[in-house]
Design a protein around this ligand. Structure first.
Ligand SMILES: CC(C)(COP(=O)(O)OP(=O)(O)OC[C@H]1O[C@@H](n2cnc3c(N)ncnc32)[C@H](O)[C@@H]1OP(=O)(O)O)[C@@H](O)C(=O)NCCC(=O)NCCS
Length: 184
């Protein structure tokens, strides 16, 4: 199975349904941190619900659609990244992320997302990489900025959550922009 080293102890690997118990443990332990921004976190309650969630991504991978990866630090699952959307027809994808605060502040998410973008752009010829977050989620928008993305604007009231409709910031990076920043 492939893995990308993110630093001396952390690595990025596929997160597959057989890891459901480990995934459920990681998400429930970090629920207070994730719940405000990621409604899916509240649906990952135990092994069965975690397996069902991971199976959606396994099916997506089989259909060349959405995919999910985990970040392990010294062997412990501490976060992950996903192609929430991966659409070759439209040559676009959207990246989503989460990370336990115990592993925060090391650039693990930025590095993991850069691996994903490299694969999407260079291996798959994807033209547009998107990032969406609530305007109040400044730690998330800081990652988009660190990735070299451009803030395109705000979709007003676009996401129903917590009994209301929240605004959604849209950030993006185009293939030529990624290449200009990463290839010499
Ligand atoms: C959004 C989230 C994943 C960001 O995590 P993060 O640790 O801030 O992001 P990164 O891993 O990219 O780390 C960035 C930090 O590492 C530092 N850093 C150190 N080495 C670095 C490197 N080589 N490259 C980039 N950043 C580096 C940065 O300066 C930054 O520091 P800061 O925390 O003082 O600002 C995290 O806050 C989270 O999981 N939140 C809850 C879930 C969520 O909101 N998900 C997104 C929904 S849209």
């Amino acid at each position: 199975m492939f893995s990308h080293a993110l630093d001396d102890t952390a690595e990025l690997r596929p997160l597959e349904p057989w890891r459901a118990t480990e995934f459920a443990g990681a998400v429930t332990a970090d629920l207070d941190n994730l719940k405000p921004w990621l409604p899916w976190a509240e649906t990952v309650l135990d092994t069965d619900s975690a397996r069902a969630w991971l199976q959606v991504f396994a099916d997506g991978t089989a259909a060349d659609g959405r995919r999910i990866y985990g970040i392990w630090d010294a062997g412990k699952l501490v976060g992950g990244t996903m192609f929430r959307v991966f659409d070759e027809r439209f040559s676009s994808c959207e990246i989503g992320v989460w990370l336990s605060p115990v592993a925060g502040g090391r650039g693990l998410i930025t590095k993991a997302a850069n691996h994903m973008i490299a694969w999407a752009v260079e291996d798959r010829g994807i033209h547009r990489v998107e990032w969406r977050c609530e305007p109040a989620n400044t730690r998330s928008s800081a990652v988009a900025k660190r990735l070299g993305m451009t803030r395109e604007g705000v979709l007003r009231g676009a996401f129903p959550t917590r009994g209301t409709h929240v605004d959604v910031e849209v950030w993006s990076l185009l293939a030529n922009e990624w290449r200009a920043a990463h290839l010499t």
